[in-house]
Design a protein around this ligand. Structure first.
Ligand SMILES: Cc1ncc(C[n+]2csc(CCOP(=O)(O)OP(=O)(O)O)c2C)c(N)n1
Length: 317
């Protein structure tokens, strides 16, 4: 299991990785929508270190940090996001469709659609007699889809080894969670599917790690599904280019002042796990590493037009 000190490093990697992606939007190297999870790093970093290669993880449109937590190669991820042939999916998928089958990691831009896939992975694990688990990470908007309910229902009926992490950042694009839910929390809905429900402070990396570790252990022991509702706030618009006028400037300013990186950094210093100088050295070293990675990715070729029909027809014809 990762230590608090290691989780802070993960968070710095995650933030720097997404800052590099923002650069690609500004320079128009990245086409289409880009969704970052800047401000939600304590959830990604809290999940790190618990999953094996044979555990599955199904993520969303806001997937970068989940992939990093699952151990997906960041160089290949960045290349995919920058639409390069060296990317995870040969540059065909782009940021919303990251996939690494060797680590059973996948993402989808269809809200809620990762839930039945994760339930399927969990059922496959059961049929194989394995103790591997499946994790679905979704947003608070996804919990109101039919797919979410159907997947939770079958997971409850069959007591599947499924862990659902809901990143409740309080907004589904412009719709506040409070306007879309009859229950105050998502965690309390868990009982409806005979699942365990927990609500944690998603800015507290240790609280997330503790809840996630417990849920994964329960699932491995065959004790059924868990929903972890992690409260957080997305610092940027829904996607790059979102005018984000549905949230007041005051709200955004107040909420961004609670930065999970700053909170974790302070904890690391207060617990004397590192000195200020050590953290500064590490932060600049990670920033340099990510810059170097981006420099390399930029030299990689893009998929050629002759490749456009690859993966479209059986046999590649
Ligand atoms: C089935 C479906 N309906 C609508 C959309 C359009 N859409 C994309 S993201 C999004 C909001 C998702 O909100 P949430 O699940 O809270 O995740 P967040 O973006 O906050 O991380 C919507 C409605 C979609 N992609 N798929």
């Amino acid at each position: 299991m990762a230590t608090l000190r290691q989780r802070y490093s993960y968070m710095v990697w995650m933030r720097e990785f997404e800052l590099a992606c923002l650069e690609g939007v500004a320079t128009r190297e990245i086409h289409g929508e880009l969704h970052t999870a800047i401000g939600q790093e304590a959830i990604g970093a809290g999940m790190a270190g618990f999953l094996r290669a044979d555990d599955a993880m199904c993520s969303t449109h806001r997937n970068h940090l989940h992939a990093i937590a699952k151990g997906v190669d960041m160089r290949k991820m960045l290349a995919e996001i920058f639409e390069r042939e060296s990317g995870l999916c040969g540059g065909f998928g782009g940021h919303m469709h990251l996939m690494d089958s060797s680590l059973k990691f996948s993402a989808t831009g269809i809200v809620g659609a990762g839930m039945p896939v994760a339930a399927g992975h969990a059922y496959a694990s059961r049929l194989r007699g394995s103790d591997s688990v499946a994790v679905a990470v979704v947003g608070d908007g996804a919990v109101n889809t039919g797919a979410f309910h159907e997947a939770m229902n079958i997971a409850g009926v069959l007591k599947l080894p499924l862990v659902v992490v809901v990143e409740n950042n309080e907004w589904a694009i412009s719709v506040p969670f409070s306007a879309a839910s009859a229950t105050e929390t998502i965690a309390e809905r868990a009982q409806m599917w005979a699942a365990q429900g927990m609500r944690v402070d998603g800015n507290d990396v240790e609280a997330v790690a503790s809840a996630f570790g417990e849920a994964v252990a329960r699932a491995r022991r065959g004790e059924g599904p868990t929903i972890i509702e992690a409260m957080c706030y997305r610092f940027r618009g829904h996607f790059e280019g979102d005018a984000d006028t549905y949230r007041t400037e005051q709200e955004k300013e107040d909420r961004r002042s609670v930065d999970p990186l700053a909170i974790t950094r302070k904890k690391v210093l207060d617990s004397q796990l590192a000195t200020q100088a050590e953290l500064e050295a590490e932060e600049s070293s990670i920033a340099r590493e990510v810059k170097k990675m981006l420099g390399e990715v930029r030299l990689d070729p893009k998929p050629s037009s002759e490749m456009a029909l690859q993966h479209v027809f059986v046999g590649g014809e």
